[in-house]
Design a protein around this ligand. Structure first.
Ligand code: HEC
Length: 111
């Protein structure tokens, strides 16, 4: 941002974008929580335990997609990447629109 004189406290911040995107999404509405994808169940012999290696579900799609997703590993991975790219693009557009709005406010204040 070019102009630093604007009060940054007035700029809304998305401090936990991952949580916010999840909480307004289909997974939250369907009762899917963080651990369903990030700590999926694994079999250890006869025992079923939750995986404590907290990491990207994309690194173990087949474990992380519970019974909810029936499509192939590749199809699900492609779907995730498409949604991520689309979301990133929308976030970028929002950022640019926000910066344009701030610059217009500053220009109006200085006029
Ligand atoms: C439906 C499955 C699913 C659920 C539910 C879920 N996540 Fe994720 N999460 C993902 C996927 C997929 C990624 C992207 C991983 C990648 O790009 O490598 C991700 C990425 C993340 C990241 C990496 C940083 C980021 O924002 O990209 C964090 C941190 C995270 N999730 C935390 C959470 C928390 C906290 C919750 C619960 C509030 C949650 N996740 C719920 C699937 C899920």
């Amino acid at each position: 941002m070019k102009n630093t004189s604007i009060n940054v406290n007035l700029i809304p911040t998305a401090s936990l974008p991952g949580y916010e995107l999840w909480s307004i999404g289909l997974h939250a509405k369907s009762g899917g929580g963080c651990v369903d994808c990030h700590k999926p169940y694994v079999r250890d012999g006869a025992v079923k335990v939750s995986n404590h290696w907290l990491r990207s579900p994309l690194t173990n799609v087949n474990q992380a997609r519970p019974t909810c997703h029936r499509q192939s590993e590749e199809a699900l991975q492609n779907l995730i990447l498409t949604i991520q790219n689309r979301t990133a693009e929308l976030l970028r557009l929002s950022e640019e629109a926000l910066v344009d709005a701030i610059e217009a406010i500053v220009a109006a204040q200085e006029a």
